[in-house]
Design a protein around this ligand. Structure first.
Ligand SMILES: C[S@@+](CC[C@H](N)C(=O)[O-])C[C@H]1O[C@@H](n2cnc3c(N)ncnc32)[C@H](O)[C@@H]1O
Length: 272
């Protein structure tokens, strides 16, 4: 996200994408009807999203999960996406996020579902990942926040059971210093990390979806701006506007791609 961070506006006291900033975001989003309308219009369904995954991509992801599987989701925010995947696929999911406000919302909604749906506050950079032997580990637009891709992939891989897989949804942009190849399947920064660590994987192209996403994100943040302001949630709208201009430019220039990487567990990879 470094390229994006260089282009985001000052969002007030909390640094954008920090724990405090995400707490403020989800504290407001959970109560905001403008945010609901925004998500419905932009993603195709309101799951209080803050990533880029539309309903088509999410349903494809759900189709990769099997009933009863033990799944870890990193960067689950306030858990609506997690609940959707759990209901659709019938898998058991532990969702992790460092935004304790978001995790508390998810826990409150899902009391009594222990064993099927659990949520835990974990800092993905500084804390150990809880549990192990996962059949699948999901990262939906959260891998950018975990630091170095190689280290993160090794850390997640170590929590998979043999035969398990990681499913990572991530975008790639081309900046001036990048070669054109960075946008091609097999050549993104994620591809480079996966190849360096000898992972076997396949990647599914969701580039048209992500380009469409940012154009709609840009348009609806503006058409709903007065509704956000009217309910005292200009912060939420400004948060979207702080990133959607940069992404929309990339979408329109054709310098934005997105892939879902489905990565086999690598038993030979030692955790350094
Ligand atoms: C772009 S949002 C994506 C949320 C959700 N997966 C979705 O698609 O709507 C990134 C999420 O990662 C979480 N996050 C960022 N840095 C984190 C960290 N160091 N540890 C745990 N969670 C983190 C944020 O709180 C946020 O919920």
């Amino acid at each position: 996200m470094n390229e994006l961070m260089n282009h985001t506006a000052d969002m007030g006291q909390a640094e954008m994408f920090s724990k405090a900033w995400y707490n403020e975001y989800f504290r407001r989003a959970a109560e905001s009807s403008a945010h609901s309308r925004f998500c419905e219009a932009v993603y195709g369904r309101d799951l209080c999203q803050h990533g880029m995954m539309d309903l088509e991509e999410m349903d494809f992801l759900a189709s990769l999960l099997k009933p009863g599987e033990k799944v870890l989701e990193v960067g689950c925010s306030n858990g609506y996406v997690t609940e959707y995947l759990h209901k659709k696929a019938g898998c058991r999911i532990l969702g992790l996020d460092y935004a304790d406000v978001a995790i508390a919302q998810a826990q409150a909604r899902n009391q009594g579902k222990a064993g099927a749906l659990n949520f835990q506050c974990v800092d993905l950079i500084h804390d150990e990942l809880p549990g192990g032997d996962y059949d699948a580990i999901l990262a939906i637009d959260s891998i950018y926040f975990m630091g170095d891709y190689n280290k993160t992939l090794a850390k997640l891989n170590a929590r998979l059971q043999p035969g398990g897989r990681m499913i990572i949804a991530a975008f790639q942009t081309k900046e001036e210093s990048d070669s054109d190849a960075i946008l091609s399947p097999g050549h993104t920064r994620m591809d480079q990390a996966l190849k360096a660590l000898s992972f076997h994987y396949i990647q599914h192209d969701f580039t048209p979806n992500v380009r469409n996403h940012w154009i709609k994100n840009y348009e609806f943040s503006r058409s709903l701006q007065s509704e956000f302001a009217g309910e005292g949630n200009a912060f939420l709208c400004e948060a979207r506007m702080a990133e959607n201009g940069w992404f929309k430019d990339h979408a329109e220039r054709g310098t934005l791609v997105r892939f879902m990487y489905v990565i086999e567990h690598n038993a030979d990879l030692a955790l350094s």
